[in-house]
Every structure is written in C-alpha cells, then in structure tokens.
Design a protein around this ligand. Structure first.
Ligand code: HEC
Length: 182
C-alpha cells in the first residue's frame, strides 16, 4: 500500500501530460464555421466594383537626411494640431517638457538637455521634414518614435510643434526651483 501512495502524485500528472482532462480540448475546435469555410466563404465582389490601387502613404525613407525634403501631407488644421498635442503630451513632454524648452522631468536628468523646440531653429529654420525625421529616427540621444506613431500621426506632432506649442496655454515652463517630483 505504501508503495502505491508514492505513485499518486505521478499518476495525477498523467492526464495533464496526455492533455486528457475534460477541459483540455483546444478551444479552436468548435462547431462554429471557421473563416474561409463553407460554400460561400469567399464572397465574389459586388457587381460594378471598381478596382483600386490603394491609398498612397508616406514614401519610405531610411534616415533623417532623406526625411528632410519630405513635404508635410497634413495641413495644420485644428484637428491635426489638437491630435499632435495629445501625442506630444504622451511622448515628448517627459524630456522636452510641457513648454517644449527641454525642462521635462526626464530631460533634466540627461547629460545633453533636450533641445529647445520653441527656439527659432525648430520653429522657423529647419524644414518640417527635419522634425518629422527626428521623431521617426531619433537623434544622437533622443529615441526614435517611428514605431509608436503612424507617419501621419508624426506629421500631426510636427503641426503641433510648429502651430500650437507657442500659443498653448498649458505649454508652461516647469518651476525648477521646487524639489517636488525629484
Ligand atoms: C528621452 C528624451 C526625449 C524624448 C522623449 C524626446 N526627445 Fe526630442 N530630443 C531629446 C534630446 C536629448 C535632444 C537633443 C539631442 C538629440 O538630438 O538627440 C532632442 C532633440 C530633438 C529635436 C531636434 C532639435 C534641433 O534643434 O535640432 C527635435 C525636433 C525633437 N527632439 C523633437 C521631439 C519630439 C517631437 C518628441 C516627441 C515625439 C521628442 N523630441 C521626444 C530628447 C528627447
């Protein structure tokens, strides 16, 4: 009897190994009709359908230099600037700060302070493609945000930097004299 008790834990594992528990069935195996299954699964195109070649997207560029000459496809509408602002608050504020001047909580800790996005250089001198390229590929220190936002969303951020940041009432400089949040 004693030797049998010894085998109980092992025996208890057998159904697991064999996937033989009553609930071990693969949930994919159901009676429901699966995609592309059944007589009319792939439906023919409706009558008078017109073929199309797709919507042109941002041309593919490999680096910031190539991005310099890209034209911003999104006009700086209120909607685009507002959406860009939302993205800016999520992705850029930690380093560049609400003000865009580089006084973010993370930016403050960096060896090279994030550059001032309200400076004439970013506001007027560089082409918009430069800002888009910087977001897409990052800089010497700045990470790339190419995988976080779609190309069009990045252009919205450019629109906010150029057409919203300077007039945004929430784009205030942080009070660096307090020790709060440090
Ligand atoms: C992790 C911190 C960090 C984040 C987040 C960050 N940046 Fe930067 N950014 C930097 C630093 C540091 C520099 C300066 C050195 C460099 O280019 O890497 C910089 C430089 C830039 C420049 C170049 C300015 C110039 O004068 O050449 C632009 C434009 C810029 N950032 C825009 C953005 C935007 C827009 C976002 C949000 C999508 C963003 N950054 C998010 C740290 C950051």
């Amino acid at each position: 009897m004693k030797s049998l008790t010894r085998w109980i834990p092992v025996l208890a594992l057998v159904p697991s190994l064999a996937m033989a528990w009553p609930w071990s069935k693969d949930m994919a195996n159901q009676i429901s009709v699966k995609p592309q299954e059944g007589p009319d699964a792939v439906r023919p195109f409706p009558e008078n359908s017109v073929p199309m070649t797709g919507t042109p997207t941002t041309p593919y560029v490999h680096d910031g230099d190539a991005a310099m000459t890209l034209a911003n496809p999104n006009p700086p509408t209120e909607k685009s600037v507002a959406f860009g602002r939302e993205m800016f608050k999520i992705y850029c504020v930690p380093c560049h700060g609400d003000s865009g001047t580089g006084d973010g909580l993370v930016g403050e800790k960096l060896i090279v302070r994030p550059f001032d996005l309200t400076a004439p250089r970013v506001q007027k001198e560089v082409p918009e493609g430069y800002i888009w390229g910087h977001i897409t590929f990052g800089g010497a220190l700045m990470p790339s945000y190419g995988n976080d936002m779609s190309p069009s969303e990045r252009w919205d951020v450019v629109n906010y930097v150029r057409h919203g940041l300077l007039t945004d009432p929430t784009a205030k400089k942080r009070d660096m004299t307090t020790t709060e949040n440090k």
